[in-house]
Write a protein that binds this ligand. Structure first.
Ligand code: ADP
Length: 498
């Protein structure tokens, strides 16, 4: 009898692995840091072989601490930092360039050159023109290695996001596959036809021979042969989609928000894609037996990062957790609003030029009010994104499911519930990303038989209920809107804002 699903979460700065039992509990965990390289300002890279070694290391550690062997594992699930790009030699299996990390800005120019194609690209991919996505990164690699284009055209080079790279390594070069969610972040995949798109490939001059075959999330991605065993890889999804699945957001309108350094929100919008007019991305949530579920995605640049700023730059708190203690010492923000537009404002404003601002200061305001107002800014920004989603999808939000570091902050979660006027649910197992990939793998091998099985196991640690009267919500949110408006109206001279 197979006891566990092994799930691997390969993130930007760390690789984690968990063993999940039949009840959907993450019973063993292991983690390794992964080094990022910053070869030039704005560039972020990583060494593909080191990423692979970190995967081996975490599995090894898990096997040791759990006293398991691969025979105990029914299937492997993989989730990964999305968009990060690896190109390798088909014959040697060696990467020909560092992995270019999703955040890296080294391909801005390549995107600027194709700015006129923005609408055409959005209509096919649901994405905005941005160096995040893989297409410009592949182009960059082919332009920066000897005979890149020729080798790719001859079929000597393979491209993959990190899932493909790990699958390729785990199967000793037998499988060159990716899943629909990772494919949907490349800017080469048509999310309506669910195919690599020849016109998009032409825009980036990328030969189709390089691309992995695209599979449904719970398909068989090949046999992983290592640690004296052989286990099928049966679940793959990009990290945010895996978290949506791990939070059991199985029905249209179900939404999750991950409060990490930034915030990532996804809303299940069912089987019809909607192209956003408010700057949200449309993305594939998952595909099961050929049926696609779509999601709207929005992000907040400064989420938990603003709390780190209070701690590291402003010396207002000693730890992120202390923000809750300080904010709880007062009953309100004394009218203070913090607009953390440190790197501009994202959805739905899309204002690169905006910079951070504080409003409403009086002699009565102290550091506790300031910390409280800063925490609230995370909830206001999330509400801005969720309101845009609700409007575009025409769906109501029954509850918001939360995870990520700052979801541990009870005061922030309560305020989020108040300002959204909906319930906020914190799951018992916070590793929702790894859980999601594990669930997909478990469904693929009948470890669980249906999504209903998984939902039955999904337990909620804490529910926050809206307690604030609607009138107060309206007043506070109107104040936030005014603060954002005033922030955007402030146009400092360039030398000051840089
Ligand atoms: P990432 O995966 O982006 O590195 P994590 O999910 O690990 O992020 O969350 C880390 C972020 O959460 C940090 O920015 C930190 O400031 C914030 N954070 C952690 N605990 C708390 C807390 N109790 N209150 C507010 N913010 C917190």
């Amino acid at each position: 009898m197979k006891k566990y699903i092994l799930s691997i979460d390969q993130g930007t700065t760390s690789t984690r692995a968990i063993l999940i039992n039949e009840r959907g509990e993450a019973v063993y965990k292991a983690q390794r840091e992964v080094e990022c390289l910053f070869p030039h300002p704005g560039w972020v890279e990583s060494v593909p072989d080191k990423i692979w070694i970190s995967v081996i290391d975490v599995i090894n550690e898990l096997m040791v601490i759990s006293s398991c062997t691969m025979d105990d594992v029914a299937a492997i699930g993989i989730t990964n930092q999305r968009e990060t790009t690896v190109v390798w030699d088909r014959h040697t299996g060696k990467a020909v360039y560092n992995a270019i990390i999703w955040q890296s800005k080294q391909t801005q120019e390549l995107c600027d050159e194709r700015e006129d194609q923005m609408n055409f690209i959005q209509e096919k991919t649901g994405l905005r023109m941005n160096p995040y996505f893989s297409a410009s990164k592949i182009r960059f690699i082919l332009d920066n290695i000897p005979e890149g284009q020729e080798r790719a055209e001859r079929g000597d080079l393979l491209f993959g996001t990190i899932d493909s790279w790990i699958i390729y390594k785990m199967t000793n070069g037998k499988s060159h596959f990716t899943d629909v969610t990772n494919a949907s972040r490349t800017m080469l995949y048509n999310i309506f036809d669910m195919k690599w798109d020849p016109e998009l490939l032409k825009i980036w001059n990328i030969p189709e021979a390089m691309l992995p075959e695209v599979k449904d999330n719970s398909d068989n991605f090949g046999e992983a042969s290592f640690f004296q065993g052989s286990v099928p890889i049966h679940g793959v999804a990009g990290d945010q989609q895996a978290a949506l699945f791990g939070q059991c957001c199985f029905h249209p309108g179900d939404s999750k928000n991950t409060y990490g350094t930034g915030c990532f929100m996804l809303m299940n919008i069912g089987d019809k894609p909607i192209i956003s007019k408010k700057g949200l991305l449309t993305t594939v949530a998952w595909r099961e037996k050929g049926v696609t579920t779509y999601a709207l995605e929005g992000s907040v640049f400064m989420g938990g990062a603003i709390i780190q700023w209070l701690r590291d730059q402003m010396d207002m708190i000693k730890s992120s957790a202390q923000s809750e203690e300080y904010a709880n010492r007062v009953h309100d923000t004394a009218g203070v609003y913090v607009v953390p537009a440190f790197v501009g404002l994202g959805t739905p404003y899309w204002d690169d030029e905006a910079r951070g601002a504080v409003f409403g200061l009086t002699r009565g305001a102290d550091r506790h009010h300031f910390v409280r107002a800063t925490l609230f800014s995370i909830a206001y920004q999330s509400k801005d994104v969720i309101e845009a989603m609700k409007e575009e999808a025409g769906l109501e939000l029954k509850s918001l499911r939360v995870d990520g570091g700052a979801s541990a902050n009870g005061l922030l979660m309560q305020f989020q519930s108040d300002i959204l006027q909906c319930e906020v649910h914190l799951p018992r197992f916070i590793e929702t990303t790894a859980l999601g990939a594990g669930y997909l793998a478990g469904l693929g091998v009948d470890f669980w038989h249906s999504k209903a099985d998984i939902e039955r196991n999904h337990s909620i640690e804490r529910k926050y209920y809206p307690m604030m009267p609607q009138r107060e919500v309206n007043e506070l949110y109107d104040g936030w809107k005014e603060a954002v408006k005033a922030t955007r109206a402030f146009k400092p001279k360039k030398c000051i804002c840089e």
